[in-house]
Design a protein around this ligand. Structure first.
Ligand code: NDP
Ligand code: 8X3
Length: 252
């Protein structure tokens, strides 16, 4: 039987590209997200293009009861997840701390930190039991640097880095690998979500340089997943050639 990869937030961007890439690499795939039609579209692509067996699960990672309902009772066929990609996440707004929107903060903290924890809490015990598994957490350049007006998003991604290091400490004795993947600017729905549907503002983020694509990030994930059994690629930082730091871009 093929190995199983579970990818959260697979309805667009990095998660979708990763589902396709890991299907191509020979995994059967569990995809999750809130948008049912997008899950159905991807399910059909994975089945047709890669002959992959797919399980689509529609739920909100912020709701522990929903996470437990969908992931806590996976059937015999799907319960042995070999690779968990904790990708679901978002930034909402760009505001100074003194003008911060509390609801935006809650969405980021609940999704990027608590959602990742909820999913990991349900999936990791079976990895520990089997003494085998690989957890990939999607951090960001914002896991390493803090930029003005994005401090809460940066704090959530710093937390993802800390959680990745902690998971590794807790699970190394069970042979479980943990990889933190930190992309710089990648053109996905990320900025559209951050700017609450303002497409012009979102497009401007990627003006004047060639950003990463979701496929570039999926390639890095595939590299970590396909390393030999004795190798744990612990940490990957990948940026567009034109991006030197969180805030320094060479724009033409
Ligand atoms: P997208 O907006 O394209 O994708 C985000 C995915 O997360 C969607 O599939 C969305 O699905 C899912 N998601 C968001 N909130 C929830 C929720 N509450 N419950 C379940 N699923 C949710 O953005 P990206 O692909 O760019 O983002 C993926 C990850 O990469 C995020 O963690 C982001 O922080 C990180 N990242 C992105 C960078 C970039 O520049 N694009 C750079 C560095 C890191 P749905 O809406 O259907 O629920
Ligand atoms: C997303 C990229 O630069 O907005 O994590 O933090 S950035």
């Amino acid at each position: 039987m093929k190995k199983i990869a579970l990818i959260t937030g697979a309805t667009s961007g990095i998660g979708k590209a990763t589902a396709e890439r890991l299907a191509k690499d020979g995994f059967d795939i569990i995809i999750t997200g809130r948008r049912k039609e997008k899950l159905q579209e991807l399910e059909s692509v994975l089945q047709k293009e890669y002959k992959t067996e797919v399980l689509s699960l529609e739920f909100d990672v912020r709701n522990y009861a929903e996470v437990e309902k969908h992931l806590g009772s996976l059937s015999e066929r799907w319960k042995n997840v070999d690779v968990l990609v904790n990708n679901a996440g978002l930034a909402v707004g760009l505001n100074s701390i003194q003008e911060g929107v509390v609801d935006d903060w809650e969405r980021m903290i609940d999704t990027n930190i608590k959602g990742l924890l909820y999913v990991t809490r349900i999936i990791s015990p079976r990895m520990v039991e089997r003494k085998s598994g690989h957890v990939i957490n999607i951090g960001s350049i914002a896991s390493r640097e803090v930029y003005a007006n994005g401090v809460v998003y940066c704090a959530t991604k710093h937390a993802v880095k800390a959680l990745s290091e902690g998971m590794r400490l807790d699970m190394v004795k069970y042979g479980i690998k943990v990889t933190l993947v930190c992309p710089g600017a990648a053109e996905t729905e990320f900025s559209l979500v951050r700017f609450k549907g303002d497409g012009d503002r979102a497009d401007k983020v990627y003006d004047g340089f060639v950003p990463l694509t979701a496929d570039d990030v999926a390639d890095a994930i595939s590299y970590a997943v396909s390393a030999p059994d004795h190798v744990d690629v612990q940490d990957i930082l990948l940026m567009a050639k034109a991006q030197a730091s969180a805030t320094v871009f060479h724009k033409e």
